[in-house]
Ligand binder design. Structure first.
Ligand code: ADP
Ligand code: MG
Length: 371
């Protein structure tokens, strides 16, 4: 502790029990967590939980000796560095600097969550096509996550057969890093990564904390992440605070509009009106329920509408090629325009952020980040 203080790095010391508090899903995290095990050669189990809930927190262990079983446990838990006592000033400093240097910059990508007001309205079609319109081949790929644990079908729309699924990612959240995640997704050539739904019906459910960690990892790794969210999954609906926009999808059917009204009020209460977006699909100008009726009932303006083109939608699915990739149809250009309006808002935000002076010095980043 004296070495840390003398180093001039802003640091907070805490008793070992604080690990339990840090392991909570919502606990604010330090950039680097130094755990002093000099007088306790056993590996603290709470540390495994901390890394599972907060994979981005870098953990440095100071141990009495490099003992193989302890090192193995530490490695399994995802500890980033281990140094054996006696530790020199320079050694500690270099290790911390290295950990900070390897952290991904805190630039978060955009996350767009699509929730249908009713099954079959066309949510997956929209999520897949918006993601495809945002896709870019190369290192700036877009990510689509199919959060439907029962019968998710986004892969079919993309002609992909992913070997792994959201379930694998949730079961192993503590292992999430670029290499591991790269092995879980299926990649479409036009620059879209898909984390698909499991092909088997879900036998386990995962807590909201894991879902949040997954979404946080996605937003740190991809410029754009698109979520196909099942409206019946409470843990998914509860994990959306990292989303830039939550888009509610409706059509002009009575049951859908009524559901939409209920869902909008729940989502509004949970995430605030500013983040909510309402879109209308399979638009029918002659429908008895008009656009005004939808807006009035749901309490949100319809920001975009998409024409109905069943033949095209079906053809695209059969081919496994998203509509938005061939821009000559009316439906494709509606998807592209919508994707541009979402990403346009994000470009603007990024420019404003860049215009602000950079206040994050190396040591400034050591102070606890507010989650
Ligand atoms: N704009 C559209 N016009 C016509 N049919 C559509 C449109 N969007 C989707 N569909 C069709 O509606 C059905 C349900 O679409 P899907 O995206 O799977 O809905 P959800 O994910 O809400 O269950 C599919 O057969 C799809 O081809
Ligand atoms: Mg669907």
């Amino acid at each position: 502790m004296r070495l840390l203080r003398d180093s001039g790095l802003p640091c907070i010391s805490a008793p070992r029990e604080a690990l339990t508090t840090l392991a909570h899903a919502n606990a604010a995290q330090p950039s680097v967590l130094v755990v002093d095990l000099r007088d306790q050669p056993e590996f603290p189990a709470e540390l495994t939980l901390v890394k599972r809930q907060h994979p981005a927190t870098s953990v440095l262990l100071v141990v009495p000796a490099l003992e193989p079983s302890l090192m193995l446990e530490a490695m399994r838990a995802g500890v980033n560095e281990i140094i054996a006592h006696p530790v020199s000033d320079a050694e500690l400093h270099t290790a911390i600097k290295r950990l900070i240097g390897s952290q991904t910059p805190a630039v978060r990508g955009e996350v767009y969550a699509f929730v249908g007001a009713k099954g079959g309205v066309g949510t997956t079609t929209i999520a897949v096509n918006v993601a495809s319109a945002l896709a870019k081949p190369g290192p700036e790929a877009t990510l689509l996550i199919d959060l439907n644990t029962v019968c998710g079908d986004a892969a079919v729309f993309l002609g992909l057969e992913p070997r792994f699924s959201v379930m694998d990612a949730l079961a192993n959240v503590q292992r999430l890093d670029a290499a591991y995640f790269g092995g879980l997704v299926a990649r479409a050539k036009f620059g879209l990564d898909l984390l698909g739904a499991s092909s088997r019906p879900a036998t386990t459910t995962f807590d909201t904390g894991r879902m949040r960690t997954l979404l946080e990892f996605a937003s740190q790794s991809y410029r754009y992440t698109v979520l196909d969210v099942p409206r019946s999954d409470a843990s998914a609906l509860d994990a959306l605070e990292g989303s830039t926009k939550i888009v509610l999808v409706v059509n002009q059917e009575l049951a859908t509009v009524r559901n939409a009204s209920r869902m909008a009020s729940t989502l509004r209460e949970r995430y605030g009106q500013a983040r909510l977006n309402l879109i209308l699909t399979r638009t029918d100008r002659r429908a008895e329920i008009g656009l005004d009726d939808v807006e009035r009932t749901v309490g949100l303006e319809v920001s975009h509408s998409f024409p109905s083109d069943y033949r095209l939608a079906l053809q695209a699915m059969n081919k496994g090629r998203p509509i938005a990739l061939d821009p000559q149809t009316e439906l494709a250009s509606a998807f592209i325009t919508f994707a541009r309006s979402l990403s346009g808002a994000s470009e603007k935000k990024l420019k404003e952020q860049k215009a602000r002076p950079e206040s994050q010095s190396l040591f400034g980043r050591l102070a606890p980040r507010k989650v």
